[in-house]
Design a protein around this ligand. Structure first.
Ligand code: ATP
Length: 496
């Protein structure tokens, strides 16, 4: 980093300055945990979501898409266990009344991961280490479970209530049998959904990494319970490598070990082939967006969610926070379908053609968070370099090296100057190129250096400049964001 602020803070500042994403509804003061996406952020979000949908839904023969309701029947969450168990441990300062998530407080103070451990153990930790309020040093209350679901009333009576879904997954489970019928898919197959989820996080922080309203992109992949190792697609991924951080690595304080997915299965590090396949696919998709500083971290046995038999998080090595969860891939077994079957009194087993059996399938769930991913992509792409402004003074320039498949603005067209018919020619070229890709932009304001800098900050991979030579031979310069190199090409040869 060239500048003094942390990289994370520099990216947050860039997000707000350039209108990628910023605190919601600032007009009335802060409303923690909610964010609005501006013009650049919206396009980035749409591009990443489209890449996910194209790869995992439209690009596959074994996936069905869904867009379910956000406000959901309370019995869904009773059945799923969220009413009883979707809690985070809350502590309150007895003096200043500030509230904290107990596990995060312990992690920050003691640099030890206590994710998912019981309320009792957390309280033992708090008193053993005599932890106090980080804001005023006041004494802390005991940790108590706090349910993260938002509740609202429906219709004219207050008795009818609903929850804003805290994950998209359950809406998939409740539609499973119906989609299996109308979608004409045999096991194994998946249902995918991208949409909003809501969690009343105790202390939303780290910008969009942890918000109260956020977007998830989830797949529930349904497999015959005896066929979790019968994965025809596994061979195609078995030679790919990843950094695996097992429970043992974590106990030994190690980052993990690099190995192939084939070895991870052979050594029983990952229990089933379908699970390993989805881990490999998730990493491959991240790599296609340019994100490679990743590892797979196994959930410790004391951290596993109530529904999961085995879970791996894909973690990114964040500049100031170290390894943190980017997404999770869980083996949810038949827990959810069986719970919904019990609660609704309806059978959710389906007929499996290959075995001629009626089965309740098991589920592998790759669960991606879109906002967290966007922030990670921005952090990963953020680069600073020293440069000169128009007057020759040294300044720090920002380059956002976003992968060109997701850049909010794929290309910008500039006239070198407005006079001599250059603006008209540039506009003509712009209108032609916009037919190829409507996301390209035209800019004629300010010096050419300022325009390049604006586009570098927005992550625009290519800028086309129209100059006097264009009027003579139809060529333009095309400048590459990362190398700064300029080439002369025929304007009609440009593809965007
Ligand atoms: P964490 O441990 O960070 O709270 P989680 O394990 O509760 O996350 P999951 O329930 O596995 O998260 O949700 C799947 C994904 O949804 C996460 O990996 C993350 O990308 C995203 N996600 C979850 N909670 C939030 C949040 N509050 N804000 C933004 N994204 C979130």
């Amino acid at each position: 980093m060239v500048s003094k602020e942390s990289k994370t803070q520099a990216v947050i500042n860039l997000c707000q300055r350039r209108g990628f994403v910023f605190p919601a509804g600032d007009l009335y003061g802060s409303f923690a945990g909610f964010f609005d996406y501006g013009p650049l952020g919206v396009e980035l979000k749409r591009n990443v979501q489209a890449s996910w949908w194209n790869r995992f839904v439209l690009g596959r023969e074994d996936m069905l898409g869904l867009d379910g309701a956000v406000l959901t029947h309370p019995r869904i969450w009773k059945a799923s266990g969220h009413v009883d168990a979707f809690n985070d441990p809350l502590v309150q300062c007895k003096k200043c009344k500030h509230r904290f998530r107990a596990d995060h407080l312990i992690e920050e103070e003691l640099k030890e991961s206590v994710d998912g451990i019981s309320e009792e153990k957390l309280n033992a930790f708090l008193s053993e280490h005599k932890l106090v309020c980080p804001d005023c040093k006041g004494a802390l209350s005991e940790a108590k479970n706090f349910n993260l679901m938002f509740k609202t009333s429906v219709g004219a009576t207050e008795d009818n209530y609903a929850y804003l879904r805290p994950e998209t997954a359950q809406v998939i489970f409740t539609n499973f049998k119906y989609l299996h019928q109308i979608g004409r898919k045999q096991l194994p197959f998946g249902i995918a959904q991208a949409g909003r989820s809501f969690r009343n996080e105790i202390s939303p922080r780290n910008f969009v990494f942890r918000g109260r309203e956020f977007e998830q992109m989830e797949i529930e992949f349904f497999v015959h319970p005896d066929k979790l190792d019968d994965c025809p697609d596994f061979d195609a991924v078995s030679k790919r490598k990843a950094l695996f951080c097992t429970e043992k690595h974590q106990k030994d304080g190690e980052d993990g070990q690099k190995m192939t997915f084939g070895d991870a299965i052979k050594k029983k590090i990952v229990q089933t082939k379908w699970h390993a396949y989805w881990l490999a696919e998730a990493l491959d998709w991240f790599a296609s967006l340019g994100l490679t500083k990743l590892r797979l971290r196994q959930h410790r046995s004391d951290e596993l969610s109530h529904y999961a038999k085995e879970t791996w998080d894909v973690e990114y090595d964040y500049p100031e926070w170290g390894w943190k969860e980017l997404m999770g891939i869980a083996n949810r077994t038949d827990f959810d379908l069986k719970q919904h079957s019990k609660e609704s009194g309806k059978e959710l087993a389906v007929f499996d053609e290959s075995t001629k059996q009626k089965v309740v399938p098991h589920v592998i769930e790759p669960s991606f968070g879109l906002d967290r991913l966007l922030f990670t992509l921005l952090l990963d792409a953020f680069t600073e370099k020293k440069g000169k402004d128009d007057s020759g003074k040294e300044e720090t320039k920002v380059l956002l090296k976003l992968h060109e498949s997701i850049a909010p603005v794929p290309l910008a067209v500039f006239p070198l100057m407005k006079k001599d018919g250059l603006a008209e020619k540039a506009w003509e070229i712009y209108v032609k190129l916009k037919k190829q890709n409507p996301a390209i932009v035209y800019d004629e304001s300010g010096s050419i250096g300022k325009r390049y800098a604006r586009m570098d900050e927005a992550g625009t991979p290519k800028c086309v400049t129209v100059d006097h030579q264009t009027l003579q031979d139809g060529t333009v310069t095309i400048r590459d964001r990362d190398s700064g190199e300029q080439k002369r090409v025929k304007s009609d040869s440009i593809k965007t």
